[in-house]
Design a binder for this molecule. Structure first.
Ligand SMILES: NC(=O)c1ccc[n+]([C@@H]2O[C@H](COP(=O)([O-])OP(=O)(O)OC[C@H]3O[C@@H](n4cnc5c(N)ncnc54)[C@H](O)[C@@H]3O)[C@@H](O)[C@H]2O)c1
Ligand SMILES: O=c1ccn([C@@H]2O[C@H](COP(=O)(O)OP(=O)(O)O[C@H]3O[C@H](CO)[C@@H](O)[C@H](O)[C@H]3O)[C@@H](O)[C@H]2O)c(=O)[nH]1
Length: 432
């Protein structure tokens, strides 16, 4: 089946390569000519485990091409819209200009019966509006939210834990085309939910709102643990043993970041306000506030541990990506903390296995280096992204490099007894 994927970022590039790998003939289209040139040469424009291999294989098979020309989408039966929906510059809501521009550019090239498939995360009600614009072309709209996690994007795309189809006019055509697209996942008994546009849109934002709430819940417990001498990690283990709660997404630390959870909970609040039901998700304001307080906590703790003044003190920052196995620094708690400490006068040297190039573009005044360069003569070490490269550091070796063996484990991810045995003063978050 011939498919087009409009927008080849973290979501679209993986989707295009994954769909080509299961036998579809896919054209990926993006307005960014540099990105398209990289993709056509088999190089991923960002770090995502397994993506380069998938791209190389799919390009060699002839199943995958990339283009800046929307005319190349003609002839595809399904057109996936995977462009960005960032937070607006002037408010909390989602900026839909890229979705609108992509649909406008695509419509002259669609034929009656084609299925336009929304994958971007959008405010509830967006699909209904788009369906009306698409209707005169005879094409059909489906909303098929994406739940992939960065770092596991290839795996999640090829083996999703569920498929959600939001359908409206032309529902039968939309379902049969999507079934053909996802035949491999469906043959593997992946559950499928077919519903209306509004539910499909809401499934996506409510899933992210729930995940964000779970993280902020445990971080709120970390705040309480910090003043009571309790240990939030033991608490998470204990409550997580209740199958109704579950241990996943109960890791307290510097909180959530990335290109999804922060902007999606804000856009959800903004949309609910527009709909006159802002009170229903007002709690997300607190979820956001708890999350952002965790960054303040690390800045304040660092300052306190350095006797109230970070000026001229060397701070080794381990990790700038928003999570491990990603080079994404969008709304990264780690990069935010590093740049705030630098703004306070600290001599910050940050390191990351994959995200330094992106971080340098965003924060050109920060100093970046290797793990060894960051640790050498450091007054304090901050673990802010739990890459294996960092959690596996030998604390005896690290102690031999630093000026003072003082560490804040911002992800509660270091083997703390080993660090303490190696004579480090260890500070977890929400732990004694
Ligand atoms: N990143 C994820 O893990 C993830 C997972 C699920 C859902 N989403 C959602 O998917 C969407 C895309 O996210 P992303 O992280 O891939 O963003 P991204 O910024 O990495 O990629 C967006 C791409 O769209 C391109 N683009 C912008 N305007 C365009 C246009 N008019 N025509 C063609 N291409 C255009 C950009 O050049 C860019 O390459 C967002 O709505 C996001 O919330 C992302
Ligand atoms: O217990 C936890 C789990 C995660 N995080 C942080 O939360 C953020 C988000 O992590 P994760 O959800 O794994 O990453 P994303 O790749 O942003 O994925 C989320 O956002 C995507 C885009 O919408 C969705 O598709 C995914 O289902 C959803 O998990 C990161 O900063 C993590 O460090 C914590 O602080 N504690």
């Amino acid at each position: 089946m011939k498919l087009s994927v409009i927008g080849c970022g973290y979501l679209g590039a993986v989707h295009a390569a994954a769909m080509a790998s299961i036998g579809h003939s896919v054209v990926g289209i993006d307005v960014d000519a540099d990105k398209i040139a990289l993709l056509n040469s088999g190089r991923a424009p960002f770090f995502e485990p397994g993506l380069t291999e998938l791209l190389t294989e799919a390009l060699a098979s002839g199943n995958l091409t990339f283009s800046t020309d929307f005319a190349d989408a003609a002839g595809a039966e399904a057109h996936f819209v995977a462009v960005g929906t960032p937070q607006s510059k002037d408010g909390l809501g989602a900026d839909l200009r890229y979705v609108n521009a992509a649909v406008d550019a695509l419509l002259p090239h669609v034929a009656p019966g084609d299925v336009i498939v929304g994958k971007s995360t959008v405010p509830v009600g967006t699909a209904e509006g788009l369906a009306q614009r698409i209707d005169p072309t005879g094409a059909v709209l489906a909303w098929n939210p994406e739940f992939l996690r960065e770092g596991f994007a290839v795996e999640d795309t090829l083996r999703p834990d569920r498929l959600v189809y939001g359908v409206g006019a032309g529902a039968e055509r939309a379902e049969s085309v999507l079934d053909a697209v996802y035949h491999v996942a469906l043959d593997a008994n992946t559950p499928k939910i077919v519903t209306g546009y509004a539910t499909a849109e809401l499934v996506k934002v409510s899933a992210n709102a729930f995940l964000a709430t779970k993280i902020s819940f445990i971080n709120a417990m970390a705040e309480i643990s910090e003043v009571t001498g309790a240990d939030v990690t033991a608490l998470a283990d204990a409550i997580g043993m209740d199958a109704r709660i579950g241990r996943r997404f109960l890791n307290a630390g510097v909180g959530f970041g990335g290109g999804c959870l922060p902007k999606d909970i804000r856009a959800f609040r903004a949309r609910a306000e527009e709909l006159g039901v802002g009170h229903s998700v007002a709690f997300l304001e607190e979820v956001d506030a708890i999350n952002l307080r965790r960054r303040d906590r690390v800045v304040d703790l660092t300052t306190a541990l350095l006797d109230g003044d970070v000026t001229g003190r060397k701070v080794a920052v381990l990790g700038v990506a928003f999570k491990p196995n990603s080079d994404d620094i969008r709304d990264s708690p780690a990069l935010d903390i590093a740049s705030r400490l630098a703004a306070l006068g600290a001599n910050v040297v940050a390191t990351d296995p994959e995200a330094i190039a992106n971080a340098r573009r965003m924060e050109p005044d920060l100093t970046f280096g290797t793990i060894e360069e960051a640790l050498t003569d450091a007054d304090i070490v901050l673990l802010l992204t739990e890459w294996k490269d960092f959690t596996g550091i030998d604390p005896v070796w690290a102690a031999s490099l630093v000026k003072t063996p003082l560490v804040i484990d911002g992800r509660n991810a270091l083997p703390h007894t080993q660090w303490i045995d190696a004579m480090w003063e260890y500070h977890g978050l929400g732990r004694r």
